[in-house]
Design a protein around this ligand. Structure first.
Ligand SMILES: Nc1nc2c(c(=O)[nH]1)N[C@@H](CN(C=O)c1ccc(C(=O)N[C@@H](CCC(=O)O)C(=O)O)cc1)CN2
Ligand SMILES: [Mg+2]
Length: 285
């Protein structure tokens, strides 16, 4: 059976096109969604993601601004910046690019972002609301995965989803989103004993461990849907996922590539959250 390659780049473009139209309508009502992206230091990957976020925001008509802080910035200075953005009425979305340097307590910074402007969906309030099924900003990568599945006509209801990886950004939140979509969810991680025993049961396998190409054909049930969240740089400089693509793809019914799968959706859903935040706030005016 030939497999379906899920084209995250194309689907992300679709989402951005829809958002561009929506932002156009908002502008007619005098509403301009505003995003502030805070980058600490000059980590090359973070630089590239942040550039992508600003470029994509501008493409859809969101007013975006990059706030750059020195690698040695103090925690207090960073918290001050976040607080300024919290207070600025032109700002509907705030994100602090991760990872942060060691002198800074990441959890403290995240908790300082106003939940109403937390378009990354990382604050304790949004994480809590996500878990109890209340209105929340969903973290962009898991939200993007759900959107990829939906727009690829892959139903989740009643399926066994196995998530490998328990990070706050991906593993934990995607497990709750899948449960809410009526999947049965199993969580695995780096300490799981006999990983293939679990992953071979997956109708939908989410690989989010951050280990280069560790998911091979021995981990996958024929016909499964495989979503690769890994972004790993190989020694030859090439990008690779957590899934050994050439080995696994022929077994699957559908699979996301790396690059061009989940990654582009992360940015598209950030824009969606920002537009949503503007709509929510301005409808309360
Ligand atoms: N504040 C945040 N920090 C981080 C997040 C996040 O959602 N919020 N996620 C990741 C990084 N990330 C966005 O910030 C991100 C990662 C990857 C991509 C992407 O488009 N990847 C491309 C390949 C890009 C490349 O060539 O390097 C792809 O997979 O096709 C976008 C955003 C950690 N930090
Ligand atoms: Mg992990």
């Amino acid at each position: 059976m030939p497999y379906h390659m899920i084209d995250g780049k194309a689907i992300a473009q679709q989402v951005r096109n829809e958002l561009k139209e929506e932002v156009g309508r908002l502008k007619e009502q005098g509403i301009i969604p505003g995003l502030r992206v805070i980058l600490v230091g000059t980590h090359p990957a973070s630089e590239s993601y942040v550039r992508g976020k600003i470029r994509a925001s501008e493409e859809v008509g969101i007013n975006s601004e990059l706030i750059r802080l020195n690698e040695e910035v103090s925690e207090a200075e960073l918290l001050q910046k976040v607080t300024e953005c919290n207070k600025d009425p032109a700002v509907h979305g705030i994100l602090v690019q991760l990872p942060l340097p060691l002198q800074i307590d990441t959890n403290k910074v995240i908790a300082t972002i106003s939940p109403e402007k937390d378009v990354d969906g990382f604050t304790p309030v949004n994480v809590g609301n996500l878990i109890i099924g209340q209105d929340a900003f969903f973290p962009c990568t898991p939200y993007g995965i759900m959107e990829l599945l939906k727009r690829s006509d892959i139903s989740v209801e009643g399926k066994h989803a196995v998530v490998v990886g328990r990070s706050n950004i991906v593993g934990k939140p995607i497990s709750f989103l899948l449960q809410q979509a009526n999947a049965t969810v199993t969580m695995c991680h780096s300490r799981t004993v006999d990983l293939p025993f679990y992953t071979k049961q997956a109708d939908i396998l989410i690989a989010a461990v951050g280990r280069t190409e560790m998911i091979t054909s021995e981990h996958v049930k024929p016909g499964a849907v495989v979503i690769d969240v890994g972004i790993n740089r190989k020694e030859d400089g090439k990008l690779a996922g957590d899934v050994l693509f050439a080995d696994v793809a022929p077994l699957t019914s559908a699979i996301t590539p790396v690059p061009g799968g989940v990654g582009p959706m992360t940015i598209a859903m950030l824009l969606k959250n920002t537009v949503q935040s503007a709509i929510r706030k301005e409808s309360k005016r």
